[in-house]
Design a protein around this ligand. Structure first.
Ligand code: ASP
Length: 304
C-alpha cells in the first residue's frame, strides 16, 4: 500500500494531483498540499469551470464556492458566492483555521478574505467577459434559455496519508472549488461548500468529493451517504455505486445527469462512481507515492 495518495476529479485533476504531490515532496503537510493542488486549478485561466476562467452568474459577476475538510477532527471551512478574490479554497482553509464557523457567504466571505490579506480583483478574464456578452445577447434574442445549465465542473481533491503505527489507517482531507453553474442566478450556491453534500472527510471511514448538478448532490447528501457506506465496510466503488443506485431509484432522471463522486477509504483504497451524460465523460487522476494514474469509471446504470 502506498504511504501518500492524492486523487482529483476531471482531466484538470492531473494538474491538481501533480501540484499537491510537488508540494508534499518539498513539505509533507497533507492539508496544505491538498489546498495547493486545488488552488492550482483555480488560478489557471484556461480551466473554464473553476476560479479564474470560470463562468460568471447571469448578472456577469463571478461567484465562487469552495470548501476544505480534515478527517482527523472534522474541522471544516467553506466560502459561498465569493466575488472578489481567489483562490477560494485558500479563503475556505482560513475559515477552517481561524474561525469557529464552517461557512461564510457573500459579502461576509469577501470581507473576511480582504481582512486576511487577499487582494481584491476582478475575477473575469477577457474571454469570459466576451462569452458572457455573447450569452446575454443570445438570451435577449430568445436563442437560448437562461435557465439551461452550462459550463460546470468542480475540482475535488482528496489527500490520504498512512498513519505511522496505525495499521492500515490513514488521515484524510477533502477540498473542493468551483465557479458553479455557468450563468446561474446571483446568490445560487451549489453543493460544493456544503459539508455532507459536496464533500466529507472522517478518518474513521474515508473522504469523498462530488461534482455535477449541485442541486441533486445537495438533495441526496451524496458525500455523507458515501462516507457512511464506507463506514459499513464497503469499498469506495461499492459505496459510490450503492449511493448512486439509491439516488436513481428515488429520482430516475439523475441517471442521465452526469453526477460523479470520488472517494478514498480510511485504508487508502480509491474509487469513484458516476452517472451517465451524453457528452461528458468523468475521469479522475491519482498520484500514489509519485506514481500517476488516470481512471474512467463505467457509469452506474438504473439497476441495483
Ligand atoms: N457541483 C457544482 C455546482 O453545482 C458544479 C459541478 O461540479 O459540475 O456548483
Amino acid at each position: 500500500m502506498p504511504e501518500t495518495i492524492f486523487a482529483s476529479t476531471w482531466a484538470f485533476g492531473e494538474l491538481a494531483v501533480r501540484t499537491a504531490w510537488a508540494w508534499w515532496d518539498s513539505e509533507p503537510d497533507l492539508e496544505r498540499a491538498a489546498v495547493a493542488g486545488t488552488a492550482a486549478i483555480e488560478i489557471d485561466p484556461t480551466i473554464p469551470t473553476v476560479g479564474r476562467g470560470g463562468l460568471p452568474n447571469r448578472a456577469g459577476v463571478m461567484e465562487l464556492d469552495a470548501a476544505f475538510m480534515r478527517g482527523s477532527d472534522l474541522c471544516s471551512g467553506a466560502v459561498a458566492a465569493l466575488r472578489r478574490t481567489l483562490p477560494a479554497i485558500d479563503v475556505a482553509y482560513k475559515v477552517a483555521l481561524l474561525t469557529d464557523h464552517l461557512l461564510l457567504a457573500g459579502q461576509g466571505a469577501d470581507d473576511f478574505a480582504l481582512a486576511h490579506g487577499f487582494t481584491p480583483q476582478n475575477l473575469l478574464t477577457e474571454q469570459t467577459r466576451a462569452q458572457f456578452a455573447d450569452w446575454r445577447a443570445k438570451v435577449q434574442r430568445g436563442e437560448t434559455d437562461a435557465d439551461r445549465m452550462v459550463g460546470h465542473d468542480t475540482v475535488g481533491l482528496l489527500g490520504w496519508h498512512h498513519l505511522a503505527g496505525g495499521g492500515t489507517a490513514g488521515e484524510t482531507v477533502a477540498c473542493v472549488a468551483t465557479s458553479g453553474l455557468g450563468y446561474k442566478r446571483p446568490g445560487r450556491v451549489g453543493d460544493s461548500p456544503i459539508v455532507g453534500a459536496g464533500l466529507y472527510a472522517d478518518d474513521h471511514a474515508g473522504a469523498v468529493v462530488c461534482t455535477g448538478v449541485g442541486e441533486e448532490i445537495l438533495r441526496f447528501a451524496l458525500a455523507a451517504r458515501t462516507v457512511d457506506a464506507m463506514a459499513r465496510g464497503l469499498t469506495p466503488d461499492e459505496a459510490g455505486t450503492e449511493v448512486m443506485h439509491a439516488m436513481i431509484r428515488r429520482k430516475p432522471e439523475t441517471a442521465a445527469m452526469g453526477i460523479s463522486l470520488l472517494a478514498v477509504r480510511a485504508d487508502g483504497e480509491v474509487g469513484a462512481a458516476t452517472t451517465r451524460t451524453a457528452n461528458h465523460v468523468f475521469e479522475y487522476h491519482v498520484c500514489a507515492d509519485g506514481r500517476y494514474t488516470r481512471a474512467v469509471p463505467e457509469p452506474v446504470g438504473a439497476a441495483g
